[in-house]
Write a protein that binds this ligand. Structure first.
Ligand code: V47
Ligand code: SF4
Length: 391
C-alpha cells in the first residue's frame, strides 16, 4: 500500500483523537491552528508527522529536490552584538582575532568564480561598527558591475537595522538604497526565536521580532524575495517554535514574499550556550516535518547541509524537505566554528546530485528564485552512477 491509501490508514489507526483530527485536516489541505501545531510537537511521533509531511511534499513538488551553485562572502566576524549561541563572532576590542575584508578582498573572492557557472553569492557576517551603509552599497555595486548575472542575496535584518539606524535612514529608504545598488534577495538569518521571552535570554541586544519582520516586509514591498530561519533546539519550548512559525505565516499571507523556510539546529560548540545539549536526530526530523505541515504558505523547506551534515540533510528529504541549499565551496565558517561535522563545507554539483539520487529523489538545479536551470534526473554521467542495490 502506498501514497494516500497508506496515509489514510495511518490517520484512521487507533490514534490519539487530536492527532487523528490534525491528520484529516492535512489530507483535506486545511490550515493547522496554533494549538494544533503545539499538539504535533507534543504528541506527534516521527513516523506520523513524517508520513504526513512527506505526503504534502510529494503533492507539492513530487520528487523534485532543489539545489543551487553558490558561494558565501563573510565580510567580517567582528560584531557589536553578543548572541549567546554564536561561536563565530569577536568583539571589536578583540578584532585582531577575527577578520575584516576590504571591498577589494571581497571582489577578489567574486573574481575567483569568473569561469564557474555559479548563480548566487550569499553575503552575511557580523555587525562591524565601521562597515556602514555606504561601504555595503559600494560593495554591491562593484559586484554587480563585475558580474551582473550573479544574484546577490545578502544581509540579515540584524545587519540592515544597524546600518540603517547609523545612517539615519528609515527602513523603507535604506531598503530602497540597497535594492537600487543591486541587492536582490534577503537571506533568512537573524530570526532566531522571535518571542521576547527567549530573545531576551539568547540575543538581547539585536533587532527584535517586529524589526526583523518589518525589514522583510519592506523588501517584499519592493518586489524582492527572502527566506526565513528559526534557530531551534536550545532553551525554547515547543509553543515558542509555533509562535515563531505563526508570525512568519501571517506575514507571508500578507506579502507572499518568502521563498523558503529554513529550520537551523542549534550547535553547541565553543559558545556561551555550550552547556545546552543539542537536539536528537529524531527531534530534528520532527522539526522539519512539522514545519512542512504548519508553514502551508511557504513553497519551499530547506535543510542547510553545512549545519546539519550531508547525511542528515539527505535524511530530511523523507521528512518534508525539498531543498538542500548549494555547493558552498567552503566559503562559510559559521557552522564549522559552532561544531558542525562539515569542517570544510564544499560539495560539487555531482556530489549534490548523487546525494539526492541515492534517496530516489529528482535533483534539480535552481536559481535563487527557484527558476529551474537543469534537471539531472536522466543525466547519466560516469560519476553519478548510483548502485541500484545498495542505494
Ligand atoms: O541567524 C549562528 C545561525 C544564522 C549558530 O537564507 C547558528 O538561504 C546553529 O541565516 N548553531 C545565519 N545556528 C545563517 C543563515 C542562513 C544559512 C543558510 C542559508 C540561509 C538562506 C540563511 O546562523 C544566524 C543564526 O540563527 N547560527 N550560530 C549556532 N551555534
Ligand atoms: Fe553577531 Fe550574528 Fe553572531 Fe549575533 S549571531 S553575535 S549578530 S555574528
Amino acid at each position: 500500500m502506498t501514497g494516500i491509501a497508506s496515509i489514510k490508514t495511518l490517520v484512521s489507526e487507533s490514534l490519539d483523537r487530536d492527532l487523528k483530527q490534525i491528520g484529516k485536516k492535512v489530507l483535506n489541505k486545511e490550515r493547522l491552528s496554533f494549538d494544533e501545531g503545539v499538539i504535533l510537537f507534543e504528541k506527534g511521533s516521527l513516523s506520523y508527522v513524517g508520513a504526513l509531511a512527506n505526503w504534502v511534499r510529494e503533492q507539492r513538488h513530487g520528487n523534485k529536490t532543489y539545489f543551487n551553485r553558490n558561494f558565501h562572502i563573510e565580510p567580517t566576524n567582528v560584531c557589536v552584538f553578543s548572541c549567546k549561541f554564536c561561536s563565530y563572532s569577536r568583539l571589536y576590542a578583540h578584532r585582531e582575532e577575527g577578520w575584516e575584508l576590504s571591498i577589494d578582498d571581497m571582489l577578489n573572492i567574486v573574481k575567483k568564480y569568473d569561469d564557474q557557472p555559479v548563480t548566487e553569492v550569499h553575503i552575511v557576517g557580523g555587525v562591524h561598527p565601521k562597515m556602514n551603509l555606504d561601504f555595503f552599497i559600494t560593495l554591491i555595486e562593484a559586484i554587480k558591475q563585475h558580474r551582473p548575472d550573479l544574484h546577490i542575496k545578502g544581509f540579515t535584518p540584524v545587519e540592515l537595522d544597524y546600518m540603517f539606524r547609523k545612517a539615519k535612514v528609515s527602513v523603507a529608504e535604506g531598503m530602497q538604497l540597497m535594492y537600487k545598488a543591486g541587492l536582490q534577495s534577503l537571506p533568512g538569518g537573524g530570526a532566531e526565536i522571535f518571542h521576547r521571552e527567549i530573545r531576551q535570554q539568547i540575543c538581547d541586544d539585536k533587532v527584535d521580532a517586529e524589526g526583523w519582520l518589518a525589514i522583510h516586509k519592506a523588501a517584499h514591498k519592493l518586489g524582492m524575495h527572502s527566506n526565513a530561519t528559526m534557530l531551534y533546539g536550545h532553551i525554547e519550548k515547543f509553543w515558542h517554535r509555533v509562535d515563531h512559525m505563526e508570525r512568519l505565516r501571517q506575514l507571508q499571507d500578507e506579502t507572499r514574499g518568502f521563498n523558503t523556510f529554513i529550520p537551523l539546529k542549534f550547535r553547541n560548540h565553543d559558545n556561551e550556550m555550550s552547556h545546552v545539549t543539542e537536539s536528537s536526530i529524531v527531534e530534528d526530523m520532527r522539526m522539519y516535518a512539522i514545519a512542512r505541515l504548519y508553514m502551508d504558505n511557504f513553497p519551499h523547506l530547506k535543510a542547510y547541509w553545512p549545519m546539519l551534515g550531508r547525511q542528515n540533510a539527505q535524511l530530511t528529504l523523507s521528512f518534508g524537505v525539498n531543498d538542500i541549499d548549494g555547493t558552498i565551496d567552503d566559503t562559510t565558517k559559521i557552522y564549522s566554528m559552532a561544531g558542525s561535522e562539515e569542517q570544510t563545507p564544499a560539495m560539487s554539483t555531482n556530489d549534490l546530485v548523487t546525494l539526492i539520487k541515492q534517496v530516489k529523489r529528482e535533483p534539480v538545479e535552481r536559481d535563487t528564485l527557484y527558476n529551474e536551470i537543469r534537471n539531472y534526473q536522466h543525466e547519466n554521467l560516469q560519476q553519478l552512477e548510483v548502485n541500484p542495490i545498495l542505494n
